[in-house]
Write a protein that binds this ligand. Structure first.
Ligand code: HEC
Length: 143
């Protein structure tokens, strides 16, 4: 009898824990990247409908930046996602992108290491890359 009671207690506890996990899981994912101590995770990105310039920027981004910053700027183990409040325009204005793309970046926000100076990027390509990144950010609540 006692055994059965204990068993049903365990079952109730297990059910309660499962319920908690179901509720807690989406909360945990919505906290996502910024709280990831390692800073090495890629984020889920909603890709909006892109305008013409932004589409060109996507292709420039894929050629020059995605190896580290990830497809759709989702991040990789080599570099951060731009879908992060840290990179909102008020904190990293377009000038920060120009600086990064011409001078590289000393690691200071994460533990990915430094960003080397990328290959030569034309001004108009960089402008398209920025337009693309901002479109992704807006579509994901980073503004
Ligand atoms: C070889 C990998 C690599 C490539 C390629 C790369 N980046 Fe980065 N980038 C990084 C890393 C790593 C950081 C984060 C440094 C840190 O810890 O703050 C970074 C940071 C940045 C930042 C933030 C700068 C700041 O002021 O904090 C910008 C903007 C940026 N990159 C833009 C670009 C653009 C645009 C391209 C393509 C033209 C590009 N990156 C290509 C690795 C890379």
């Amino acid at each position: 009898m006692n055994n059965i009671k204990a068993l049903s207690k365990t079952a109730t506890l297990a059910l309660a824990l499962t319920g908690f996990a179901i509720i807690a899981a989406p909360l945990a994912t919505s906290l996502s990247y910024a709280d990831d101590v390692e800073g090495h995770k890629s984020v889920k990105v909603n890709v909006p409908k892109l305008g013409q310039i932004e589409r060109l920027g996507k292709s420039d981004f894929e050629d020059n930046c995605a190896a580290c910053h990830g497809e759709n700027a989702a991040g990789t183990s080599n570099g951060p996602s731009f879908i992060d409040p840290i990179y909102r325009p008020a904190h990293h204005p377009d000038a920060a992108f120009v600086r990064a793309a011409t001078k590289g970046v000393q690691a200071h926000h994460w533990n990915f290491g430094n960003m080397p100076v990328p290959g030569e990027i034309k001004k108009y390509e960089l402008a398209r890359i920025i337009a693309y990144v901002r479109a992704l950010q807006r579509a994901n609540g980073v503004q």
